[in-house]
Design a protein around this ligand. Structure first.
Ligand code: ZN
Length: 175
């Protein structure tokens, strides 16, 4: 039975630390953390989670795209655990769209992200994986990998006026 983990909130030191790489030998021992992260993300109803958000400073993220009110065309994908994730850009094009974060409740902001990226990571069985991501899924990936460097999405916001309260966000028309 997996535990629902507490989620670190903006201002807590762990969100500003660079996370440690996970060694291949340590993946079996990290199984419990993976299960707890999957469960915690499910309970929170989020689309992504990084290990530092549950007080584990290791390079592990979950990307879990699904259609939402804001992103009705977001692909439905099984929650994917990515260990030691990295990416390169496939195009210089960046696009601004809304993001939120379980560690920063109550607000949303427009964040520029690369539209198309190539990612590599180790999966939960220890196998190397590669994928090309675009749009919403690429955005979630870039948001989560930032958490491994001690960055949050507010660090990427271009103007303070691109930050709004969540209650106003929900009044916006879907474009
Ligand atoms: Zn976040």
């Amino acid at each position: 039975m997996a535990d629902t983990k507490a989620i670190a909130q903006l201002g807590e030191r762990i969100l500003r630390q660079s996370a440690q790489a996970v060694h291949l030998n340590d993946i079996p021992a990290a199984k419990r953390l993976m299960d707890d992260m999957l469960h915690t993300l499910d309970v929170a109803g989020g689309v992504g989670l990084a290990a530092p958000q549950v007080y584990e400073s290791v390079r592990m993220i979950i990307v879990a795209s699904r259609p939402t009110a804001r992103y009705p065309n977001a692909p439905e994908m099984p929650a994917t655990i990515m260990i030691n994730p990295e990416f390169t850009t496939l195009a210089d094009t960046m696009e601004k769209d809304w993001e939120g974060c379980l560690s920063i409740p109550g607000i949303r902001a427009l964040v520029p992200r690369y539209q198309r990226i190539a990612v590599s990571y180790t999966d939960q069985t220890g196998l190397p994986q590669q994928a090309q991501l675009q749009g919403f899924v690429a955005r979630v990936f870039q948001h989560e990998i930032d958490h491994l460097e001690g960055l949050v999405y507010l660090d990427r916001v271009e103007h303070n006026r691109d930050i709004i309260s969540e209650s106003e966000f929900f009044k916006l028309p879907v474009t």
